[in-house]
Design a protein around this ligand. Structure first.
Ligand code: SF4
Ligand code: SF4
Ligand code: SF4
Length: 344
């Protein structure tokens, strides 16, 4: 608690697009209640805080930290460890922190392939000397440093213990508000809980469903869908059948299939595998050749099935390791987890 009796709140972004930061402001005038109820001690996206401000706090002095973004670099991990140590309650805010989301798609490649493409092979690269970023560079003024770029993108709870998860890319304002209200009132769910619902997007979707027998998939530009009929019934990929509800079925309501940003439901270990299983169950094909023919109409299946959950997937890196013929180094082995003495 601050001297003024208010709980202390920190907000931070790691490997993030910034959308989660904006979504916090999507609670509109409720943000004034947040400013009223909390002493905001760290929010570098919005105010000029320094890391040294956090370091100067006692361990556990921050009451709640809303942490968005995945863990991609040494700096992301350092801030996750630091904020974990300083915070009583750590919240993985948004899909990137919870499941890796878009940054996690980089796990289809390793660090070397990413560097090779970005700094050498991409059509827009102009780098005749083949320069790559270094973590330490001597210049006349001294040494410049950059955070190390990890081989594998990680979720927040793969790096530090996390009490609560708020899903979504980004989370809908009503869940941000629900979480803030729960914190203010002290009526928090048990640690480990996801703040949200545990039914699927289909349960919130107003479209009419019937027995699905998909013989081919269409790209969104290929057909004009009936506005009242389930998109999947019409052959448009929709992840709503295996995605946690909470957004109000936003995408299907504007003729776009759900892409799965709220992640899988409770108890699902691998969201992509669950989605593959759900979609497979509605394909109308009997022989392997027929199944292949239907799947051939689905472009980028890895992107469709693992768009948000690759960093948490059981299968992540396995394909790459098989392809390379050696184990891909894991940052969890390189970077120690939170000091056990600080776990509380
Ligand atoms: S969850 Fe989505 S909105 Fe939030 S930081 Fe990640 S990509 Fe951006
Ligand atoms: S459109 Fe998508 S979310 Fe809506 S009922 Fe069909 S599968 Fe479910
Ligand atoms: S419909 Fe799916 S992709 Fe769209 S906001 Fe909801 S959970 Fe996310």
């Amino acid at each position: 608690m601050a001297e003024n009796g208010k709980p202390k709140l920190a907000l931070y972004w790691a490997a993030s697009c910034g959308g989660c930061e904006i979504s916090v402001l999507a609670i509109h005038e409720k943000i004034l209640d947040v400013a009223e109820a909390f002493d905001i001690v760290f929010w570098p996206c919005v105010m000029d805080f320094k890391v040294s401000d956090v370091e100067a706090l006692e361990d556990g002095e921050i009451d709640v930290c809303l942490f968005n973004g995945a863990i991609r670099t040494d700096e992301n991990a350092h801030m996750a460890h630091l904020l974990r140590r300083k915070s009583k309650v750590m919240v993985a805010y948004g899909s990137c922190a919870m499941e890796g989301c878009m940054p996690g798609l980089a796990n289809f490649y390793d660090r070397e392939r990413i560097m090779q493409f970005v700094y050498h092979d991409s059509p827009s690269t102009d780098n005749p000397d083949g320069v790559e970023p270094q973590t330490r560079t001597e210049v006349p003024e001294g040494e410049l440093t950059l955070p190390g770029f990890w081989n594998t993108v990680r979720t927040l709870d793969q790096i530090v213990p996390v009490e609560y998860f708020i899903p979504g890319c980004p989370p809908e304002a009503k869940w941000t508000e629900a979480a803030i209200n729960a914190i203010i009132s002290g009526e928090l769910p048990p640690p480990g809980s996801v703040i949200g619902m545990d039914v699927t997007v289909c349960d919130e979707c107003p479209r009419e469903r019937s027995e699905k027998k998909i013989t081919r998939f269409y790209r969104p530009y290929e057909i004009i869908p009936d506005p009242d009929i389930c998109l999947l019934d019409q052959g448009l990929f929709c992840a709503g059948i295996a995605t946690r509800a909470g957004c109000g079925a936003l995408c299907p309501q504007v003729n776009m299939g759900c892409r799965g940003c709220y992640g899988p439901n409770e108890g699902v270990v691998d969201g992509g595998a669950r989605l593959i299983s759900a979609i497979a169950s509605v394909i109308d094909a009997k022989t392997p050749e027929e199944i292949d023919a239907v799947l051939d109409t689905l472009p980028d299946p890895a992107g469709y099935f693992y768009r948000f959950t690759l960093a948490r997937s059981l299968m992540e890196r396995t394909r790459l390791e098989r392809q390379n013929g050696h184990k891909v180094a894991r940052p969890l082995e390189e970077v120690p987890r939170l000091d056990p003495a600080l776990k509380e």
